[in-house]
Design a protein around this ligand. Structure first.
Ligand code: ADP
Ligand code: TPW
Length: 580
């Protein structure tokens, strides 16, 4: 049989020789490379070890993880940051399942990614005859993905990869599963036929123009407003229509609120930001324009006490079925955000009625009052440190280094950091998102560091960090500019719970007291710091940023600070019988 030589051109071979051959391994790599996907986040093993090895040999960047969920999270955030699907590669059954949480989370958050998993022999799996790592992966993935495909023949790899890319990034982005049986990877075909079978995807995420009527309707509703508000979500950040969105906000003069990951789309210190008056503007506004934000639990479903008096909604989204999901939408504008915002901007000329002074003054008054209150809280210097005094330091460091990416997870650590740390550039704040999921920390930090090549600061609750903590080895192995700050208060939420039975086990929310997370990174050659005062924390952060290398700061936080579930206490059912 002819030697498998991958991409060598069969036409240049002498006619007497057998034609050059390629195989499934090469075709998968060629198909992704042809479409500009140059990085794989994954974990090798049967049957994809050679795929990872060959990818590296062919010039792809292969970032190898310690657990597939973290590789999947890195791929998902790479997709969010670049608008190209992030690629995660895993082995069959358990590796696939480990990656599936990240795929489901990507779909939930509208991040484009492709989970590529090797799978076992179809004939054996379908007859349930007990293969090595047997599992019907395609059917398991389907409900958690935007689309799921399996390729059985080498000549279909090009089409399979094209379909996966298109499904991930077109319309509402999401996670796609691509199943590659072991047998497929070893299949051979001539290199020439292989090359012809590949597909370069043209216009993977086509612009979708809004209908002129929908734009007129939205402008009419906006013009009728007495107390308008713009709400920016992470769909707006994803769309990379940064200048148009800023122009829309500034030309209309309307106060705006960024959702968590939309912070920095306009700098948080912008005069029109109503972040510090969030409760007030949600309750008091009469017209709200949502740009790439869903009225899900994070926005109290658009109703109830949070939203005060009934109001009219304008909603810009690429997904028509998002409209009316929770409350009636007066003016849906369906299309990609760049096109929709551009169309709205055309209708906002000198005659556009700016919001009245009464509304703007009321928003500013509330904002200033709340900012003063927060400044007083942040000025305190308690011993031991609490969330506020530690976050004051982080706020100042981010202000001085506005291009750092902040990754953030935890309960109190998340909620306080979101409101205290101002962001200045788009897509620089990455967090638990739509599910409030713990475990994105190190995956997001690695994905962001690889894709941006710039400094990342991961601000982690001690419980949150534990979900992906072993990836500090990965961070050290690739010498990534990631500084992890563990907010160590000895437990989930806080460290003060007691075992109600009086037994010797600690309470379910309590960890080892006084743990030294900084020692963990030292095991792999990274730099550890132990910080118990704001001054120590500040020094460690400044050194970490100057160094641009793997650092972990163990920030000791008062174990009695913080509340159970952070700001989600209302969602935390508690046993009535248990209460005194
Ligand atoms: P947040 O959590 O910040 O409120 P969500 O994830 O709930 O944001 O909402 C994001 C919304 O943005 C989704 O409904 C999604 O369909 C939409 N979206 C994503 N990308 C685009 C785009 N390019 N154009 C228009 N809408 C988009
Ligand atoms: C996959 C439930 C929400 S927040 C949290 C857990 C376990 C950790 C809070 O403690 P931490 O933060 O990180 O120390 P802090 O700042 O309050 O001290 N499993 C998953 N996702 C979620 N959301 C949970 C469990 C949870």
């Amino acid at each position: 049989m002819a030697e498998v030589v991958g991409h060598i051109d069969a036409e240049t071979m002498p006619e007497t020789e057998a034609p050059a051959m390629t195989d499934g391994f090469h075709l998968v790599i060629d198909a992704f490379k042809l479409n500009g996907i140059e990085t794989i986040y994954g974990l090798p093993g049967i049957p994809v070890t050679d795929l990872a090895r060959l990818a590296q040999a062919r010039g792809m960047r292969v970032i190898s993880f310690r657990h597939e969920q973290n590789a999947g999270n890195a791929a998902a955030i790479a997709g969010y940051l670049t608008q190209k699907p992030g690629l995660c590669l895993t082995v069959s059954a358990p590796g696939f399942l480990n990656g599936l949480t990240a795929l489901a989370n990507a779909t939930t958050n509208c991040f484009p990614m492709i989970l590529v998993s090797g799978s076992s022999e179809r004939e054996i799996v379908d007859l349930q005859q007990g293969d090595y790592e047997e599992m019907d992966q395609l059917n398991i993935a389907r409900p958690h993905a935007k689309a799921a495909f399996r390729v059985l023949h080498a000549e279909d790899i090009g089409i399979g990869v094209a379909r996966a890319i298109r499904a991930a990034v077109s319309g509402r982005p999401g996670g796609v599963y691509l199943d590659l049986p072991a047998k497929l990877l070893a299949q051979t075909m001539t290199a020439e036929a292989g090359r012809r079978s590949l597909v370069r995807v043209v216009d993977a995420a086509p612009r979708q123009l809004p209908s002129p009527q929908s734009v007129e309707r939205a402008l009419a509703v906006l013009k009728s407003a007495k107390r308008p508000l713009i709400l920016l979500g992470k769909g707006a950040a994803y769309s990379q229509a940064d200048a148009a969105i800023r122009a829309l906000v500034e030309r209309s003069g309307i106060p705006y609120l960024p959702m968590s990951m939309a912070k920095g789309l306009l700098p948080d210190d912008h005069a029109q930001s109503a972040s510090a008056a969030r409760s007030f503007v949600l309750a008091e506004s009469d017209v709200v324009m949502l740009i790439g934000a869903r009225l899900n639990w994070l926005l109290s479903h658009g109703k109830g006490k949070t939203w005060g008096a009934p109001k009219q909604f304008i909603q810009i989204d690429i997904s028509p079925t998002e409209i009316d999901s929770n409350v009636a939408i007066a003016a849906p504008v369906i299309g990609d955000i760049g096109s929709c915002v551009a169309a709205l901007l055309d209708g906002i000329d000198a005659s556009f009625p700016k919001p009245g002074a009464a509304w703007l003054d009321a928003v500013n008054e509330r904002k200033n009052k709340n900012l003063e209150k927060m400044a007083a809280t942040l000025a305190k210097d308690p011993t031991p440190m609490n969330f506020h005094s530690a976050l004051r330091v982080l706020r100042d460091v981010v202000k001085a280094n506005p291009s750092v990416t902040v990754v953030n997870e935890g309960a109190n650590t998340l909620d306080f950091a979101r409101s205290i740390i101002d962001m200045y550039e788009p897509r620089k704040r990455l967090d638990c998102g739509t599910w409030g999921i713990m475990g994105i920390g190190m995956g997001f930090a690695i994905g962001a560091a690889v894709e941006t090549g710039k400094q990342v600061i991961a601000i982690e609750g001690d419980s949150a960090f534990g979900f992906s903590g072993m990836e500090v080895e990965t961070i050290c192995r690739y010498r990534l500019p990631v500084c992890i700050v563990v907010f160590n208060n000895n437990g989930v939420y806080r460290g003060t719970d007691q075992n109600p039975s009086g037994g010797s086990d600690v309470a379910p929310t309590v960890f080892v007291k006084g743990a030294r997370y900084d020692k963990l990174i030292e095991a792999f050659g990274g730099r550890g710091y132990h910080a118990s005062t704001p001054a120590e924390l500040e020094r460690a952060l400044r050194e970490a940023i100057a160094l641009g290398e793997p650092v972990l700061i163990n920030a000791v936080i008062d174990e009695a600070a913080g509340t159970e579930s952070g700001r989600l206490t209302n969602l935390n059912p508690q046993s009535a019988a248990h209460k005194k």
